[in-house]
Design a protein around this ligand. Structure first.
Ligand code: ATP
Length: 354
């Protein structure tokens, strides 16, 4: 039985289709991150699962139970939002206990869960404080505690870390993931931050314009993007995408005389090369591209070298000590087995012979 099963969810707002035929099965204990650009429908999808929005079509099952028409309170989900939504006049303890009191959980059981949850989240010394007396990270921990104290098996999180500074975000990523694993809960986590998605997820759901673009493990998403959109969205800098055309000598980069030999035959394609799959090339028998350097971003261990090839921009990740100057010509070698190819018309990945 799936923990969550979404079956053809459609949500239309006036003048806007927010989710379009979303189909997704999530297993018990999976940490699923919904990732996509602003406005692609991530939050709407989470709100549909939570019951804050009603779908125009499709069904939602939680642990096999059809909850499509149930109100939020009857769905038995925990939730954590970007705004922590803590009650400012209540202590940490009372904030944590609020939901249990509402559900009339007996006092002894409430106390037991409070002790357990506050210990788990390192809040035991802070129980008497008011939210205003806590740091952002501590407030977020209380919000997290409130979601898990009820023993819910499914927790929904919408950009829970976006109000925290960069260092704290990284710490909290690890904490949230470790907590989810320890409790064995199913998490659906919405973010537009790909570093968060790739570092936390068992499974990433990439959304684009109201639809699911790809569902994959972080490594599969990075190594085998199934569409031009995913290739251009994941990675920092993202995959270089060069349109190819047929020339007199075979394939070449469109609009240039730069020929490109692929391991297999293709009529036309868009060639995808990750920045780290370029290297400085000395051996002219290997595949290479002649590019002109525009700028160099030194990053310590490596440098991002921004170049152009005709009218095409591309980025190469080279060792940090390699510091070409703007205007230099470089020969970039690339590993023909580490590339991706896409159908330029449909945008779909072209599967390659092993
Ligand atoms: P972000 O990362 O910016 O939060 P998102 O991917 O979460 O974006 P949603 O908030 O789900 O996107 O919104 C999807 C689309 O639906 C947007 O174009 C938004 O303007 C629209 N939308 C969301 N809620 C409503 C509403 N209540 N009424 C009308 N349109 C809405």
């Amino acid at each position: 039985m799936h923990s969550i099963s979404l079956q053809g969810l459609i949500k239309r707002f006036p003048n806007h289709l927010a989710t379009d035929d979303i189909r997704l099965d999530i297993e018990e204990g999976q940490f699923v991150v919904v990732l996509g650009p602003s406005g692609c429908g991530k939050t709407t999808l989470l709100r549909l699962i939570a019951g804050f929005e009603q779908a125009d079509a499709g069904r939602i099952h939680l642990h096999g139970r059809d909850v499509t028409h149930l109100p939020p309170g009857a769905r038995e989900l925990g939730m954590v939002f970007q705004s922590y939504a803590l009650f400012p006049h209540l202590s940490v303890a009372d904030n944590l206990l609020f939901g249990l009191q509402l559900r009339r959980v007996p006092a002894a059981e409430r106390q037991r869960r409070l002790t357990q949850t506050s210990a788990l989240l390192g809040l035991d010394q802070l129980l008497a404080r008011k939210p205003a007396q806590l740091s952002g990270g501590q407030q977020q921990r209380v919000a997290l505690g409130r979601a898990i104290i009820g023993g819910r098996r499914v927790i929904l999180m919408d950009e829970p870390l976006s109000n925290l500074d960069a260092k704290l975000r990284q710490d909290m990523r690890r904490e949230i993931k470790a907590l989810a694993v320890k409790l064995g809960i199913t998490v659906v986590y919405v973010t537009h931050d790909q570093a968060e998605a790739l570092s936390m997820a068992d499974l990433v759901v990439v959304m684009h314009q109201a639809r699911i673009e790809q569902v994959a493990t972080p490594a599969a998403l990075y190594e085998q993007p199934q569409s031009l959109f995913v290739a251009g969205f994941i990675g920092s800098p993202p995959m270089n995408l060069l349109p190819l055309e047929v020339g007199a000598q075979g394939l070449r980069v469109a609009g240039t005389q730069q020929s490109v030999a692929l391991p297999e035959e293709h009529a036309s394609a868009t060639l995808g090369i990750r920045p780290e799959h370029f290297h400085l090339q000395a051996d002219s028998r290997q595949p290479q591209l002649q590019v002109v350097v525009e700028s160099v971003e030194y990053q310590g261990s490596d440098s991002i070298v921004n170049c152009h090839l005709g009218s095409h921009a591309l980025a190469a990740r080279l060792p940090g000590r390699v510091q070409p100057a703007a205007g230099d010509t470089l020969l970039l070698g690339w590993n023909p087995h580490a590339i991706s190819l896409f159908d330029p018309r449909s945008g779909a990945r072209i599967d390659r012979a092993a």
